[in-house]
Design a protein around this ligand. Sequence first.
Ligand code: SF4
Length: 314
Amino acid sequence: MEIEHLSVHFPINIGTVRAVDDVNWELRQGEVMGLVGESGCGKSTLGFSILRLLRPPGKIVQGRILYKGRDIVRMPEREILELRGKRIAMIFQDPLTSLNPLFRIDQHFIETLLAHEKGLTRKDAYRRAEEMLESLGISPEKLTEYPHQLSGGMRQRIMIGLGLILGPDLLIADEPTTALDVIVEAQFLDLLADLQKRYHLTIILITHNLGNVAQLADRITVMYGGSIAEVGEAGDIFENPLHPYTQGLLASIPNIKLDQPKLKTMPGSPPDLVDPPQGCVFHPRCPHAMEVCRVKKPGLVKRNGRLISCWLYG
Ligand code: SF4
């Protein structure tokens, strides 16, 4: 998938929120891409744009999203419906609000399968759902239960099952572990890693939890203020972050091995995307800001296999 000059705006009564601003991005087949940044940096909006699931008044105002050569932005609604679920699936933050409380689990699977696979019988759809649950380590008997009867971890596994039941190539996981406790979160991430290998999935893991990306991601994209700050191999980014924002993010992770009387924090707060700072959007918080940073926005440049948007690198 290639994204070219993508901008997403939300016109509101006090102005226009530039949630994603001229983003160029590339996703390789079979990789796990961690998409990280503070709340409101545009990472979820970018994920939702890929499936054209933006809630009004959000809209894509420019750019292309090329999936296997076809532009999703300009695709007719009928084709988008085919793509959603079947080729690209998404799992959301909170499974309890994503599953319909009035439907049993089997009804969620059967409805999904029958909507996309013409000619499939309800019996076959039920069998497929049973197989999927077994592959997720859940007893098929749970198919007859309602969402509120399952634990949080089990509900999130059901969400993954619904995401995978149509055999997509790309899975977008938007903060999938937010509603889980740490033990269930660890089990869930192990399951995701296992499913990625088993189904040869490409995964976009959207999270503000750097521990999750360290565990799963092959590459990492760091977003700030609606723009991409840095893209690189996960190991390289953790060992040697180049962008000052990535450096600040990693420095702010508490380390129990160090004697730190105070937690390290980044000064300032995320930018107002209705009226973002001129030049580099990070300059009001950046310890290395120069004159040029205040007037001109840096473009993405390539350095040692990394993409960085910062005047320190030319
Ligand atoms: Fe800091 Fe300037 Fe780089 Fe922005 S462009 S991150 S302000 S050094």
